[in-house]
Design a protein around this ligand. Structure first.
Ligand code: 6PG
Length: 249
């Protein structure tokens, strides 16, 4: 098991607490590196956190021109479609920080297929890693959500993505589950120096208990891989999401 910690936070303090941790993590990275990659998660949960990042004091505590924003996964839709993870970030964060010149690297969902999108995104990450002087493809800070079925990013239970050895990203296609996405893969996501999993709401209480207290495999619960990640891992849970844990952190 990796060296993870769990923070249970009251709902009313959740967004600001997580936003403060993201700011501190970026500052830590930039104190030893010239650039910092911040990988955003999708879904609905992070919107309130991105909004806090877009406002004072957080917005002026981040050296945005040295931050490179990526996505852990993206739905294969136009960037202005309601389901788009890019759109969520644009509505809650990016449109407010444009003047600060962050480096934004969206998945190119205008390409012909999720396979092409995944291949191009892997190259984007390789180019960023080389330009920022890393030894190999690597990311600094990864934000992750948790689905009620135990998925994270677009790593879903029982959904195989055709990816060769060492691939950084993949298309996730599953007609039955109406999935057409691009996701970063575990070897890239879970090797980040800093991983922040963000889970809130009653609906997540059961899956939080399963991930933290049951013996399911990482095949059955891909999100469990975060517990084995070698970096600094923190699971931020609001009180509702933590409400079914036997062992209260
Ligand atoms: C996505 C996300 C996904 C998300 C979880 C939680 O594109 O859907 O990346 O992994 O984080 O499904 O989503 P909610 O925050 O909406 O519950």
């Amino acid at each position: 098991m990796g060296n993870y910690s769990i923070e249970v936070v009251e709902k009313r303090l959740f967004a600001s607490t997580v936003a403060d941790e993201i700011v501190a993590s970026i500052q830590d990275v930039l104190s030893v590196q010239n650039q910092c990659s911040l990988v955003l998660s999708g879904g609905k949960t992070p919107g309130s956190i991105y909004r806090v990042l877009s406002r004072p004091p957080c917005v002026s505590e981040i050296d945005w021109p040295r931050v490179h924003i990526f996505w852990g996964d993206e739905r294969w839709v136009a960037t202005d479609a309601p389901q788009s993870n890019y759109r969520l970030a644009h509505e809650t964060l990016l449109r407010f920080i444009e003047k600060h010149n962050p480096n934004v690297h969206p998945v190119n969902t205008a390409l012909g297929s999720p396979e092409e999108g995944a291949a191009e995104y892997a190259q984007e990450i390789i180019q960023y890693s080389e330009a920022s002087g890393k030894d190999g493809p690597g990311l600094d800070i990864v934000l992750l959500g948790l689905g009620t079925d135990g998925h994270t990013a677009s790593l879903f239970p029982g959904v195989n993505h055709n990816s060769e050895e060492g691939a950084l990203s993949a298309a996730v296609i599953d007609e039955q589950r109406n999935l057409k996405r691009v996701t970063l893969l575990p070897n890239l996501l879970f090797s980040a120096g800093r991983i922040i999993m963000i889970v809130s709401g009653d609906a997540k209480a059961d899956i939080v208990r399963r991930v933290l207290e049951e013996q399911d495999s990482t095949q059955d619960l891909p999100a469990k891989q975060v517990l084995e990640a070698p970096g600094k891992v923190t699971l931020f849970l609001d009180s509702a999401a933590a409400s079914k844990l036997e062992k209260r952190p």
